[in-house]
Design a protein around this ligand. Structure first.
Ligand code: ADP
Ligand code: MG
Length: 694
């Protein structure tokens, strides 16, 4: 049968309603889900392909394989087994074979399937009573495949909520997309200037990804589309950078010399610390037309980020911009206070210039400190959320440092930055993330990586145990040798809902084991003074065991604590466990981390933790298991971008970023505008939040 030659009547920017088979109801539902134009539908990518050129006959089926057969229906019947279970049994045949197929509850098939019509069946083969069957196969009428005369590599789409809302099944989506490709004039949908450039390959790729001609061409198309999507995302990232800093520049372009501390320190800085410092200080060098610093420092727990931040502050307030102030914001009062103490210890000569502002200050003290900040007498201001919530004015805020940045929302950071005029921004993160992800989600920032631990650190020995009683001897041994111990529990008090160990329970048990030791509990319920007192006593050695919730997760530093026991380790995330483990191993003594898990089989997560101490390696694994959303905390709004639907090699991202920069800075307005329009669309509803830094 000859296919009628159709006039190409559709354009990519036409509304979905102009597509055959999409009436007002469907198009309304699609629009509500963000699919407005013909092109939007082409951007729904198949999740797999069936190679219909390699369909086999029933007689050639093998057990336990994925099989595709082309068969006719001989008979079909249904049997009601019990409430909620109806079995549909059908017999199909081909040239010289027969096969029995069963489906559960798909009663609509009785109506849909027609005797002796031809169908594709696809699924896993299983042996059943001496013969082979395909279990619960996907089924599709052969006649529906109206795209060509030959069997081909056929796109299979997965269903999703938006499509279901519009009552479009994966099968009808294929038909719709076929219709689009048959009827759309792809070439003339591009601006004229783009048609004869390499960019015109984009649309050919969209045709190829939905209706592949060969596997090779399909792979090439996938690559092109992944690149296209990544270019769009990187354009967004560069725009966001421009929004934040006022300059359109490529991140990480400058090379700076490592920096040596001009102050005597109790130890030598690591190479990675010096390099990061060089980059940070380089960013802050006053030069005409230079954007303020917008840098993220990523370094594993214990890699020494705090000191790097201190040295950067001192250089800034004493050398680069004398008289300017610096704010150092941390997520908890314990941590903010610990930073102040460390600062005074390292730099006693500047102790008088440093203050701390936290929510728990008494009104009188707070007024005093506010004054010091407002007059500029305080140059280094440590603090918590109080730093931005206060009616606080800085005399001249020039540098904002945010510790454990993943703990703060964008708005928090912005509120602090807004207290200065274009202050430099330095974010510290103890969740190292794979470079591919860092280039995307943090792609608007310059990044320094501290990938070296201070010398003498021994990796924390990590292992699992089934109960606390099992590890009690170990705890005793550490205490006898003068060490201190953390015990972390998921709950504060026992709960009816979960049989996890609580801090209360654990404290009782431990008191039973070690009646002559000093034990303290640390939870978020306590007042700041209480927590502070406990941490101080722990650091000074008066307390032997701290039993805590995850409040000890960030930053707390006591090098004499050499053992951490984590109860119900299964209920914490991988990165979180790694952070908790980072509470020990902070000095030169061998430290240990024991993960208690009462589950019969050890979880993948715990196995990974046991196998490595490297935060980058862990986050790569975490990324594989949980996807990017959990890893990056607050910066989530861009994650629905189509670039995340592709597996992305690093090189591709780097090239895409360069191309994005070229498009924004070198291409003609027509080309730039076309790409910008595509870029905005590609972010869908999250564009505005993304641009604001969310
Ligand atoms: P994090 O990167 O997790 O914030 P910290 O800044 O808290 O790590 O540093 C952890 C510990 O290592 C602190 O006690 C700090 O004083 C110490 N430290 C930092 N830099 C060095 C170094 N170069 N050599 C030895 N110890 C260091
Ligand atoms: Mg830290």
């Amino acid at each position: 049968m000859l296919k009628p030659v159709l006039k190409k009547v559709l354009h990519l920017e036409d509304p979905v309603g102009s597509i055959k088979g999409i009436g007002p109801k469907k198009s309304e539902a699609l629009r509500e889900s963000g699919f407005e134009t013909v092109f939007d539908l082409l951007r729904i990518y198949p999740n797999k392909y069936q190679d219909r050129r390699t369909a086999i006959e029933i007689k050639d089926l093998k057990a336990d394989t994925q099989a595709l057969i082309k068969v006719r229906l001989e008979s079909i019947k249904s049997a009601y087994v019990r409430r909620g279970l109806t079995v549909i049994s059908a017999v199909f045949y081909d040239r010289d074979g027969k096969i029995n197929i069963k489906w559960f509850n798909k009663t609509y098939l009785l109506k849909q399937l027609k005797l002796h019509n031809e169908y594709w069946l696809y699924g896993n083969t299983v042996a059943f009573k001496n013969s082979l069957t395909i279990s619960n196969p996907e089924i599709e009428p052969v006649s529906d495949n109206n795209t060509g005369t030959k069997d081909r590599l056929t796109a299979v789409y997965s269903s999703n909520a938006s499509l279901s809302r519009a009552a479009i099944s994966p099968l009808s989506l294929r038909k719709i997309i076929d219709g689009i490709l048959d009827n759309t004039d792809l070439a003339s949908s591009l601006p004229e200037e783009l048609r004869n450039t390499t960019y015109s390959g984009i649309f050919k790729s969209f045709e190829e990804i939905h209706r592949p001609t060969t596997l090779e061409a399909l792979n090439k198309a996938k690559h092109t589309i992944a690149f296209f999507d990544q270019v769009l995302f990187q354009m967004g990232v560069l725009k966001r950078r421009e929004n934040l800093t006022g300059y359109l520049t490529l991140p990480d372009k400058n090379q700076y010399e490592p920096y040596e501390s001009p102050y005597p320190l109790p130890f030598e800085l690591t190479g990675a610390q010096k390099k990061a410092l060089g980059e940070i200080i380089g960013d802050m060098l006053p030069e005409a037309d230079k954007p303020p610093m917008n840098r993220l420092v990523q370094g594993d727990v214990g890699s020494g980020k705090t000191l790097v931040a201190f040295l950067a502050m001192l250089k800034f307030i004493f050398v680069l911009r004398p008289g300017a102030q610096c704010a150092f914001m941390a997520p908890t009062e314990i941590l903010a206070n610990q930073h102040l103490i460390a600062f005074k210890k390292f730099f006693p000569q500047f102790a008088s210039k440093a203050v701390i502002l936290t929510g728990s200050l008494k009104t009188k003290e707070r007024r005093l400190i506010n004054d010091l900040i407002e007059t500029g007498a305080a140059l280094v201001v440590f603090g918590t959320h109080a730093l931005f919530q206060e009616q606080l004015k800085f005399n001249e805020l020039g540098l904002c440092i945010i510790d454990e940045q993943q703990r703060f929302g964008v708005n928090h950071r912005r509120m602090l930055f807004n207290k200065g005029s274009d202050p430099h921004q330095l974010l510290l993160s103890a969740t190292p993330i794979p470079r591919t992800l860092s280039l995307t989600i943090f792609g608007d920032m310059d990044t320094s990586i501290i990938d070296e631990m201070p010398p003498g650190r021994q990796p924390v020995k990590t292992y699992t145990a089934k109960s606390f009683d099992e590890v009690a001897p170990k705890v005793g041994e550490v205490l006898e040798n003068g060490g201190q111990v953390y015990v972390v529990c998921p709950l504060i008090e026992a709960s009816d809902e979960r049989d996890w160990t609580s801090v209360e329970e654990s404290a009782q048990r431990i008191a039973g084991h070690f009646p002559d030791k000093n034990i303290a509990c640390l939870t978020g319920q306590q007042s700041w003074e209480e927590k502070d007192l406990i941490m101080h006593s722990f650091k000074s050695g008066e307390i032997d065991i701290v039993i805590a919730t995850t409040v000890v997760e960030v930053g707390v530093d006591n090098p004499n604590a050499t053992l951490i026991v984590i109860e119900n380790a299964d209920c914490f995330g991988l990165s979180q466990l790694h952070q908790l483990r980072g509470r020990v191993g902070r000095g030169s003594k061998q430290s240990e981390c024991i993960l208690i898990s009462r589950q019969k089989s050890e979880s993948e997560r715990l196995k990974i933790l046991v196998s490595t101490n490297d935060g980058f390696e862990l986050s790569t694994e975490d990324l594989k298991m949980r996807g990017p959303g959990d890893l990056i905390g607050t910066r989530q709004s861009g994650l629905s971008h189509p670039c995340f639907s592709h597996k992305i090699p690093l090189k591709l991202i780097e090239n895409a970023r360069k191309r994005a920069f070229e498009i924004l800075t070198k291409e003609s307005d027509t080309i730039k505008n076309w790409f910008c329009a595509q870029m905005i669309k590609s972010f869908g509803g999250s564009y505005t939040t993304f641009m604001e830094g969310g």
